[in-house]
Ligand binder design. Structure first.
Ligand code: PGA
Length: 248
């Protein structure tokens, strides 16, 4: 089965609402490519103006985070329902920066994945190892633990819709991309893990991105790998170069 590639920008904590709209307009002619899914994951405050700005284009909007509770006394949080109502389709869950700086653990992330599906959002579930873990040789053990914990009680039908982003922490924002072989090896390992927990059809359907210093120079080789179905792009998603990544 041919999986449609998905190329998502992760804007992180960049772009004020007015800068965001200007960037969307600058990128609009550059990211036209109906053969792939194009997503901008943007800061919460940019969601409403960006949804408006991408109207009529091939771009869909994602959030960078959400909370798992429906509503109530959770100062500063954003619910899945709020995202859906605002026009959001995707939500990044478990980015390594959230795991690290905001102490989000797998139990919490599992609740977020469940809630996202319940609300009709597509999670982009992030996983990845630190440099120490890679050097210790426990990369795949660690990622399998993340995947199994974060997908607890998630059904095969849901996983078929899921996007997983493999992002080695040591390659994020460092300019140090994993080699194509390293990236493919882990993305294949993740697919094998999904086959083991679910079945071959689910593993065949789930889309697995690579993230970590993806740029216009390395995208085509990475995305040509059999188990890499696109990218989650940080720094390079804020520049015109993102168009070259989308049209790799
Ligand atoms: P980067 O970030 O492309 O700037 O390395 C990727 C990410 O953190 O999603």
């Amino acid at each position: 089965m041919a999986r449609k590639k998905i190329i998502a920008g992760n804007w992180k904590m960049n772009m004020t609402p007015s800068q965001a709209v200007a960037l969307v307009k600058e990128l609009e002619p550059l990211v036209k490519n109906d053969a792939v899914d194009v997503v901008y994951c943007v800061p919460a405050v940019d969601i409403v103006p960006v949804v408006e700005a991408v109207k009529g284009s091939n771009v869909q909007v994602g959030a960078e985070n959400m909370y798992f509770e429906d509503k109530g006394a959770y100062t500063g949080e954003t619910s899945a329902e709020m995202l859906v109502d605002a026009g959001v389709k995707y939500v990044i869950i478990g980015h390594s920066e959230r795991r690290d700086y905001f102490k989000e653990d797998d139990e919490l992330l599992n609740k977020k994945v469940k809630k996202a599906f319940e609300a009709g959002l597509t999670p982009i579930l992030c996983c990845g190892e630190s440099l120490e873990q890679r050097e210790m040789g426990v990369t795949m053990d660690w990622i399998r633990l993340q995947i199994k914990s974060d997908l607890k009680d998630i059904t095969a039908d849901q996983v078929k819709e899921l996007v997983i982003a493999y992002e080695p922490i040591w390659a994020i924002g460092t300019g140090k991309t994993a080699t194509t072989e390293q990236a493919e090896e882990v993305c294949k390992g993740i697919r094998d893990c999904i086959a083991e927990i679910y079945d071959a059809a689910t593993a065949d359907a789930v889309r697995i991105q690579y993230g970590g210093s993806v740029n216009a120079g390395n995208a085509s080789e990475l995305f040509a790998q059999p188990d890499i179905d696109g990218g989650l792009v940080g720094g390079a998603s804020l520049k015109a170069d993102f168009g070259n990544i989308v049209n790799y």
